[in-house]
Design a binder for this molecule. Structure first.
Ligand code: NAD
Length: 355
């Protein structure tokens, strides 16, 4: 279906791809004209951060390993003291969305360039968007200084991601692509990238589940993550992302699991309004209903499917539905409280999505 009117915005980002490509980090730092990198990670990945410091040798000015989920401003302020004390001139973020979020928060405040080495599929590395939390409130800002300059996708690093996290992180990435297909600001290129990203996960995820250290399959999933993250950075999202943001914020739910559970339901809801735009999902995953196709794919991966398994109560759903319907935003299908409450009930039970 040709789209005959659109606007597009692309960003200049250097991407290195390949198993073992993290060894190019020193070259990338030099190419940026930098010589004192602050390496960032979560406490869990501090060993990887130390190895990175060894790898880049003299270019490593220091390591900061306190990156935290939801990018608390207090952690960013603490990290900024390290930036000052070692006089860092660039950042190397090694990890998932939490570590990348910290790097972005520092770059936003200092203008320092970022070399990002993702180890999950969340896709934050490919966007100029920063979500950060202060006094329990998560706010989002978009700015060119937030967009990392260099991304290194190394399949060896993602091969350590445990299988359950692999599945939920991949579904989190796929959600960016699924919503990009009907985005109000989509363009022919974002639609192509989204479909190609979904295809990469459809092809490679079953192989990763069979052999988690299959570097070819891991590489293909990282390729999918890049494409899905890129469309997240280029076009606006709708119901799925807003609903996950509301649920995550009000009920403190885990990010990737929430995306995994909600995705088929949000897509089935919007397929009522825009089935043609979601046709690529049916073409890639089979069947005639995009939401059901994603639900079946999630089941085949043993993904979590029920909000109740995350500790959500039915009473929580009333509040979430009310909030989701009162914050106005664009969505192809009108967002009405009763319909969202019904969607959430189905997602809570883990039943197939409503048509
Ligand atoms: P995460 O970064 O919080 O990682 C979860 C845990 O897994 C951490 O302990 C981490 O150290 C560990 N881990 C990561 N990679 C690993 C690996 N290969 N092997 C073993 N352990 C590994 O999780 P995430 O889902 O990548 O990121 C979620 C965060 O990213 C959320 O805060 C979300 O809002 C944000 N996000 C932001 C954007 C954006 O564009 N701003 C996009 C997507 C996600």
């Amino acid at each position: 279906m040709f789209q005959n009117s659109f606007q597009a915005r692309t960003t200049a980002v250097k991407v290195r791809f390949g198993a073992g490509s993290r060894t190019s980090a020193a070259d990338e730092i030099r190419e940026l004209g930098c010589s004192r990198a602050l390496i960032l990670s979560t406490p869990h990945q501090s060993g990887d951060a130390m190895q990175m410091a060894e790898l880049i040798g003299d270019l490593a000015g220091g390591i900061y390993t306190k990156a935290t989920m939801h990018t608390p401003v207090s952690v960013t302020e603490d990290a900024l003291q390290h930036v000052d004390s070692i006089q860092a001139d660039c950042l190397v973020s090694l990890g998932g969305g939490s570590t990348i979020g910290l790097g972005k928060a520092i770059a936003y405040r200092t203008g320092l360039p970022q070399v990002v080495i993702p180890t999950t599929y969340a896709g934050s590395e490919a966007t100029p968007i920063l979500g950060q939390t202060e006094n329990g409130v998560k706010t989002t800002v978009s700015h060119p200084s937030i967009q990392p300059e260099v991304i290194i996708y190394d399949a060896e690093l993602v091969s350590t991601l445990p299988v359950p996290m692999t599945v939920t992180s991949a579904l989190n990435a796929m959600a960016h692509a699924a919503e990009a297909l009907y985005s109000q600001t989509r363009n022919p290129i974002s639609t192509m990238l989204a479909a190609e990203g979904l295809k990469a996960f459809k092809n490679a995820l079953p192989r990763v589940l069979e052999t988690p250290d299959d570097l070819d399959a891991r590489g293909e999933t990282l390729y999918g993550a890049w494409l899905c993250g890129t469309v997240l950075g280029q076009v606006g999202m709708a119901l799925h992302h807003k609903l996950c943001h509301t649920l995550g914020g009000t009920l403190d739910l885990p990010h990737a699991e929430t995306h995994s559970i909600i995705l088929p339901h949000a897509i089935a809801f919007n397929a009522r309004a825009v089935p043609e735009q979601l046709q690529p999902v049916c073409d890639i995953f089979g069947g005639t209903d995009a939401g059901q196709a994603l639900y079946d794919f999630a089941l085949s991966l043993n993904a979590p499917t029920a909000l109740k398994d995350l500790g959500v109560s039915e009473a929580d759903l009333d509040r979430a539905a009310e909030l989701a319907a009162t914050n106005p935003y664009w969505n192809p299908q009108p967002v009405e409280e009763a319909a969202i409450r019904a969607l959430l009930q189905t997602a809570w039970a883990g039943s197939p999505p409503l048509r």
